[in-house]
Design a protein around this ligand. Structure first.
Ligand code: PSU
Ligand code: MN
Length: 290
């Protein structure tokens, strides 16, 4: 049921898992694929081996080819941990979220992943009681996820609290607070700061030796946007007024922001995804004992 690419199988300790939801649903039509390919290039440049993961033709593919990746467009199903089996059985094109990708990584033994921003507790909890399955899957998967923290359209302090409850270390990459996706400053405190890829890899290895599972490493974007919050509030209001809910909220809000910011959030999002992929590649190369 799981097909592992030729390049991926022999290199598992160095492999960085990449997701397909951001390819299919995180950017305007046609643009997500380039973001995914750039992430792969960044992982390679840093000495790691990328494995972009998704569901295709009744199989879970670990290490999609470029041609295969082209099939992950807006028509793809968004696939979290609960949706993997159904997507396989129904032969859907399934774009895996962070949670969906981690569930696959767990099965095949991949220890590293990169994304833009982790999902979490949506603002307004418990009405609706919308909490991303990224969190529960991270809590049960021995892998380190590099991201620009938690997406700031969420309730980031509540998400940080829940990660503590779940026993997930929240590390800051050279910072003491969790990055806020587009913004670097103003987030809740991290559980520990690490300075450099080597220290991040050492903490992850120690956590796994102690029977721990997932870790989050928050890397602040190199060129943060600090003025997006009013637009986020506007986007969330629009989502509410248009009765957008469940899995559609995040893609709706991201595309609203990309459009209404004149492309600024889109460029920032592309850049931070590439930066996170590079760092994950660096950590994977070190973490495997290099
Ligand atoms: N990071 C981005 N863009 C995205 C995502 C992450 O820069 O679109 C995706 C990831 O796949 C993450 C998902 O798992 O958003 C969270 O969706 P939800 O809130 O519905 O769980
Ligand atoms: Mn949700």
């Amino acid at each position: 049921m799981i097909r592992i690419g030729d390049e991926v199988a022999p290199a598992l300790p160095d492999v960085v898992a990449l997701e397909t939801t951001l390819v299919a649903h995180g950017f305007p039509p046609g643009e997500g694929v380039e973001v995914g390919l750039e992430s792969e290039r960044q992982v390679r440049a840093a000495g790691g081996v990328p494995a972009t993961i998704g569901v295709l033709d009744g199989e879970i593919v670990v290490g999609l080819t470029e041609d295969e990746l082209q099939r992950f467009d807006a028509a793809a199903r968004k696939v979290g941990p609960r949706d993997l089996a159904v997507a396989v059985a129904q032969r859907a094109v399934g774009a895996t979220t962070v949670g969906g990708t981690l569930a696959v990584a767990k099965q095949v033994g991949i220890r590293w992943m990169a994304t833009g921003g982790l999902g979490g507790v949506h603002r307004g909890f418990p009405d609706p009681p919308d909490v991303s399955a990224d969190l529960s899957q991270l809590a049960r998967t021995p892998a380190l996820v590099v991201s620009s923290g938690v997406k700031s359209l969420l309730d980031v302090p509540a998400t940080a609290e829940l990660l503590e409850s779940l026993g997930v270390p929240v590390l800051g990459y050279g910072v003491d607070t969790l990055p806020l996706f587009y913004a670097a400053a103003g987030g809740p405190p991290v559980s520990a700061r690490v300075d450099g890829a080597r220290e991040a890899a050492a903490v992850a290895q120690a956590h796994w030796e102690l029977g721990g599972a997932g870790l989050l490493l928050g890397r602040p974007p190199d060129e943060p946007l600090d003025d997006v919050e009013p637009l986020i509030e506007q986007a969330l209001r629009a989502a509410h007024d248009q009765r957008v809910h469940g899995q559609s909220v995040t893609p709706f809000v991201l595309s609203y922001l990309h459009r209404e910011s004149g492309g600024r959030t889109q460029r920032a999002n592309e850049d931070l995804i590439a930066q996170n992929a590079r760092l994950a590649g660096e950590i994977a190369a070190i973490g495997s004992g290099g």
